[in-house]
Write a protein that binds this ligand. Structure first.
Ligand code: NAD
Length: 257
């Protein structure tokens, strides 16, 4: 019997089979977890998501643009109707307009700054609010971040600021959701993996190369590494781990030289 038999998860952020959210889904499903999904409400996106998850016979596939509060409310009421309650919510969502990865950081417009922070950081707060009544005790809310929140990385720019806000939100949400219902809130800080979101980052190839050259393990990571870490953080073995940023980066983050 899988360690997540009888458990339910809502996965937000699968786009295709390269998505980190898909690697997480595969790890959870392999342990018996029933997974529902959200997709960006655009026809092209919906088609991709449905194709990726088609083998799972999921009972819940709902549209959700995280900038839309009404859609967020709808997602969690549909999740409650479908599963009764949730044990796991995966937030694997980020976006910043393409030009923010290409222009110098100090040229970031107010509108682009707001978009990046809204989609990539505030959305976790909004998800936590809607998920709170639906998540079970010792449930898990997990998000994805990147080490550029802590140190300068070329071209990451406003997304680095958004990840810093996201990681700080993890700590504040961990306290409130922990006190309210013993719900745990954590982030995985992943090394660079080639996904659709990564393709928008100028110089992404050199981020991978740098991880290989400089990390203690001299390699980058595979999506499966993120899946395995997510499985652990969402399992009962991690029931007293909350408010943490858990690095899956071949050790790159510890290097000072
Ligand atoms: N790929 C990497 O190297 C890497 C490293 C560290 C962290 N991350 C983080 O992992 C998470 C997932 O990204 P990924 O690399 O798997 O790429 P991805 O492109 O597969 O996933 C990004 C997801 O965000 C969704 N999204 C964007 N705007 C949205 C909105 N307004 N409403 C709802 N959904 C929206 C997209 O539809 C997509 O499903 C992101 O938070 C990303 O920053 C990625």
């Amino acid at each position: 019997m899988g360690q997540l038999e009888g458990k339910t998860a809502l996965i937000m952020g699968v786009l295709n089979e390269h998505s980190l959210a898909w690697a997480i889904t595969e790890a959870l499903v392999a342990e018996g977890c029933a997974c529902g999904f959200t997709y960006m409400p655009e026809e092209r996106m919906e088609r991709r998501v449905r194709k990726t998850i088609e083998g799972l016979n999921s009972r819940l596939i709902v549209p959700c643009d995280v900038q839309n509060d009404a859609q967020l409310q709808q997602v969690f009421s549909r999740a409650q109707e479908t599963y009764g309650s949730l044990d796991i919510v995966i937030h694997s969502i980020a976006f910043a307009p393409r030009q923010t990865f290409e222009e110098p950081f100090h040229k970031t417009s107010r509108a682009d700054f707001q978009t990046a922070l809204d989609v990539s950081a505030y959305s976790l707060v909004a998800v936590a609010r809607e998920a709170l009544p639906v998540l079970n005790e010792y449930g898990s809310l997990l998000t994805l971040t990147y080490g550029a929140s802590q140190r300068w990385i070329p071209n990451y720019n406003v997304m680095a600021v958004a990840k810093a806000a996201l990681e700080c939100s993890v700590r504040y949400l961990a306290v409130e959701l922990g006190e309210a219902k013993k719900i745990r809130v954590n982030a995985i800080s992943a090394g660079p993996v080639k996904t659709m979101a990564a393709a928008g980052i100028k110089g992404f190839g050199s981020m991978v190369e740098r991880n290989v050259v400089k990390s203690p393990l001299h390699e980058t990571i595979e999506p499966e590494d993120v899946g395995a870490a997510a499985l652990f953080l969402c399992s009962s073995g991690a029931k007293r781990i909350t408010g943490q940023v858990y690095y899956v980066d071949s050790g790159y983050s510890v290097m000072g030289w």
